[in-house]
Write a new protein. Structure first.
Length: 234
């Protein structure tokens, strides 16, 4: 009887093991084909993308598409960015284990989880309470203790914890918010998609020199959801 029970248990576990193995394999393929092959070679970043399970941050109905080279819809009309987009923005701010990073637009929490693997502290702001709550629950369930959440207007940043060594903006304003410039540390880097028209957005790198001057570099064309500024809840 015990032997039959053990065999039955093993049969039940096969689909679970197969599912876990397939997600690990899909994640590894995503890293190789969508990130490494496109020139992001930092082993710390590649390792972070291998460790963070993207399928946990997408709609359960879309989990079969979690490791595709595509952005995927989430609640409130927002999206989870393509893996390469998340990777390049992460690489641009030059993450380090001693750094403090601000993220504007928590969304599903995927970018915050990647950053949590790479930097000392992550501060993330989301304007939609529903998204913020779900992301907070997910991040905490995965054991991250260095991610701090706020619901509110990302345009204003999070002044109490400034300055930040890196700022990642995952939504697109039509100009670079002055509060974020002020909250960027000397020597810090901000990466932000700026909308020049309804059809034209560019990913821009802002670097702050010791004398406070800013160096602006236009990087690549992108397409992000717009930055929302009309709410002021905290």
């Amino acid at each position: 009887m015990q032997r039959l029970a053990a065999v039955y248990l093993c049969i039940l576990m096969v689909p679970l093991l197969t599912g876990a193995q397939s997600s690990v394999e899909a994640r590894g393929r995503m890293v190789r084909e969508q990130i490494l092959a496109k020139g992001i070679v930092d082993p710390r970043i590649l390792s972070a993308f291998n460790r963070v399970a993207r399928h946990l941050f997408v709609d359960p109905k879309l989990r079969h598409r979690a490791y595709e080279d595509a952005e995927l819809p989430i609640d409130e009309g927002q999206t989870v960015n393509r893996p390469y987009t998340v990777a390049i923005m992460t690489a641009i701010i030059a993450p380090g284990f001693d750094k403090k990073v601000l993220e504007i637009g928590t969304g599903s929490g995927y970018q915050a989880a990647i950053l949590a693997e790479l930097v000392k502290q992550v501060y993330t702001i989301e304007i939609f309470e529903r998204l913020a709550s779900k992301a907070r629950e997910k991040i905490r369930s995965l054991g991250y203790k260095n991610v701090h959440f706020r619901t509110g207007n990302g345009y204003q940043g999070w002044e109490e914890h400034a300055p930040y060594d890196g700022i990642i903006v995952t939504c697109s304003p039509d100009h670079i918010p002055e509060p974020l410039i002020r909250q960027l540390a000397v020597g810090g880097r901000m990466v932000i998609p700026v909308s020049f028209s309804r059809q034209v957005q560019e990913l821009i790198l802002i670097e702050k020199a010791a004398d406070g001057r800013l160096k602006r570099t236009n990087l690549i064309p992108v397409q992000f959801v717009p930055m929302i500024q009309r709410r002021h809840a905290d």
